[in-house]
Write a protein that binds this ligand. Sequence first.
Ligand code: IPE
Ligand code: IPE
Ligand code: MG
Length: 244
Amino acid sequence: MANSEKFKDIVLPRHVGVIMDGNGRWAKKRGLPRYEGHREGAKTFRRIAEYASEIGIKNITFYAFSSENWKRPPQEVNAIMQLLREYLDEAERRQKENEEKGIRIRFIGDLSRLPEDIRKKIEEAQKLSEEKTKCTVSIAVNYGGRQEIVKAVRDIAEKARKGEIKPEDITEADIENCLYTAGIPDADLIIRPSGEKRLSNFLTWQSVYAEFYYTDVLWPDFTTDDFDKAILDFANRDRRFGGV
Ligand code: IPE
Ligand code: IPE
Ligand code: MG
């Protein structure tokens, strides 16, 4: 069966969040340095992003590097930045293929702290794919949910200072419009592999009514079958949003 037909009769999440966790443990189990786990995890990311688009997911956000991950040893941080560079270079090389797939690439997070060359590549990748509408793949880098809310508060405070908005008129929609994810629906489903059961500062505002799916599989081992399991599990959840 074609991937596009697979889930045509079930309710798909409008926005999936994926916490790509377990790369370090994957490497450790094999006696490899941690960056080898990140390298393998980056391959999983490519596979799952493409697959999600094929089965009809419209929005998917991958947590690649949190605002807290700077606490890691510099060699590990550098290795992750290098993988990001390689991904962006590849995206540029494969522009034609990507175009046919209809994938829009976006980055969310405080990008100002990233190396200059990566920021440039990000801008290019975003620009090259900005017209694509089949699936929006967001990559969260130096992202923190609280930091994102602080950013929104600052933006709104600035508007209030200029007299463009009155404090008593501020709505949830005003806040949403100032988040990195403006224009993307709230997360319906959040997947976390590796056995950890926490959000770790991911999509704080957007996850208030998200369904959570956890699996012990480590991210580098995560397959399209694992993704299917999460999608089917989601389809069977009874979502009430506070109603009956
Ligand atoms: C996730 O894998 C990748 C990043 C946080 C950048 P980890 O590196 O956290 O892997 P574990 O949790 O140590 O196994
Ligand atoms: C969350 O994983 C961040 C990413 C996957 C990018 P961590 O491994 O950093 O989270 P904690 O430290 O276990 O909460
Ligand atoms: Mg981890």
